[in-house]
Design a protein around this ligand. Structure first.
Ligand SMILES: Cc1cc2nc3c(=O)[nH]c(=O)nc-3n(C[C@H](O)[C@H](O)[C@H](O)COP(=O)(O)OP(=O)(O)OC[C@H]3O[C@@H](n4cnc5c(N)ncnc54)[C@H](O)[C@@H]3O)c2cc1C
Length: 418
């Protein structure tokens, strides 16, 4: 059986490692932080993760938070509000399978220990091009899972598949205590709130399990550059940045202000940055001419807005693992990598198209789906439950003719609601 190397122990790298270990492969993982260093790391997000990616973790007994109520999200609510806070549209539905949100520091630290427990070979070493060269000599295949920026020069940008050349949002992420909100008529439900303010940005809030083991609220502020919400920077401390957000909300978004007015920052945990969503070519050609394959964010980088990154990292790792163990090639060469990616892309392209529709490229027929979902609960439910796998929303969300037929089938007419 082949010996596989993985560089980068995050969602993509560790999940690929676990799936290959389960099939009897020898796996060596290189990563830059020990479990304890990961736990002590500066702030990392608590991404919301949906079915079907969660099902992969359950299957491989990696869901150490199965009954942890604070990590579970039961329902989702999407609101569009005018820049002065008037609600224009609301979509809400419960999730058929509860979503989960766990501080990545906690998740990765526990998974790192588990990887060794399952006889994975863990080496604490920061990956470099030299290390990749070395690995291609020592192992049968090398996968790069170092996330969005690291070792990114190894993989060429795929111009045809990438829609953006620059970040579409400036993102601030806060861990908060004491937010006040409940789903209507279900005060016991944990709910993800998404507030879109056209021309300004988005506010995305849900409960999550903080690395301390306590419940916190994960708040991502997605500010359109130079817009009214583009108020943050990485010079200030988190508490002062939170006060700036409260000031903005009090004046412009009173509904949201009620939710966060008594909140405080947990553990001074916050982060600020910007991401250019892009797709890379999956095969990285090293200076020697030997090849390595990208998975997770190293392959496709998403803005957090549509909650696709972690979910896609999980799916890409699973896809690659399945190709390896069901159809192991004699040689892991560029041809094999492109074939695996081509098959992955058939579905993954919908993640990217879905994300685009949340950034600045929502098409008219997609706006109609939002309006219809705000009137017809069955459409709201289908749309919200499709977040974990946007290919399930094809073709009706991605093709104007299919949208028209879908809306007709559901008896929705725009004229009737105008
Ligand atoms: C604010 C914010 C909110 C988000 N919210 C969501 C959400 O709600 N839902 C969602 O699906 N996604 C979300 N994401 C995206 C999600 O976090 C990423 O897509 C996901 O973490 C990618 O997983 P990965 O394994 O590819 O990379 P990472 O999680 O970045 O893991 C990479 C690993 O590689 C290690 N590493 C890095 N460089 C090296 C090196 N040179 N050598 C060795 N090891 C290295 C790192 O220490 C880390 O362990 C969010 C992102 C942000 C920033």
């Amino acid at each position: 059986m082949k010996h596989i190397a993985i560089v980068g122990a995050g969602q993509a790298g560790l999940q690929l490692g676990f799936e290959l270990l389960a099939k009897g492969y020898e796996v060596t993982m290189y990563t830059e932080k020990t479990a304890q260093e990961m736990l002590n790391a500066t702030s990392m997000p608590a991404p919301i993760q949906f079915y079907p990616s969660l099902a992969l973790e359950e299957k491989h007994l990696l869901n150490f938070w199965g009954n942890e109520r604070d990590s579970q999200v039961d329902a989702s609510s999407f609101c569009s509000c005018s820049p002065d806070g008037r609600k224009q549209l609301e979509i809400k539905a419960s999730l058929h399978v509860k979503a989960k949100s766990i501080d990545l520091r906690l998740k990765y630290a526990i998974w790192l220990e588990e990887f060794e427990r399952r006889n994975g070979n863990l080496i604490i070493e920061g990956g470099s091009i030299d290390l990749l060269e070395d690995c291609t000599l020592k192992y049968d295949a090398v996968f790069v899972a170092t996330g969005k920026n690291r070792l990114s020069t190894v993989f060429e940008r795929d111009e045809e598949r990438s829609s953006f050349n620059a970040p579409q949002r400036h993102v601030a992420h806060f861990y908060l205590a004491d937010c006040q909100f409940t789903y209507p008529h279900h005060p016991d439900w944990n709910t993800a709130y998404f507030i879109q303010i056209p021309g300004v940005g988005e506010l995305i809030l849900f409960n999550s399990l903080h690395k301390s083991g306590k419940k916190a609220f994960s708040l991502a502020v997605e500010a359109i550059p130079n817009g009214a919400l583009d108020l943050f920077n990485n010079r200030g401390d988190g508490t002062s940045q939170l006060e700036i957000l409260k000031g903005y909300a009090k004046k412009n978004q009173p509904g949201f202000y009620q939710i966060i007015k008594d909140s405080s920052l947990v553990n001074n945990d916050w982060l600020y940055g910007a991401i250019t969503p892009e797709v890379k070519k999956p095969a990285g050609i090293l200076p020697s001419g030997r090849v390595v394959m990208a998975i997770g964010d190293a392959l496709t980088t998403y803005d957090p807005i549509a909650a696709q990154g972690l979910n896609a990292a999980s799916k890409s790792a699973h896809h690659v693992a399945k190709w390896i163990y069901t159809n192991e090639p004699a040689r892991f060469n560029e041809k094999w990598i492109n074939e695996v990616f081509g098959d992955y892309w058939n579905k993954a392209r919908y993640n990217v198209l879905y994300e685009r529709s949340f950034l600045n490229l929502r098409q008219r027929h997609q706006k109609l789906i939002f309006i219809a979902a705000s009137h017809i609960p069955a459409i709201a439910s289908e749309f919200i439950n499709g977040m974990g796998d946007p290919s399930a929303l094809a073709p009706f969300y991605f093709d104007a003719d299919a949208t028209a037929s879908y809306l007709k089938e559901h008896g929705f007419s725009l004229k009737a609601v105008e």
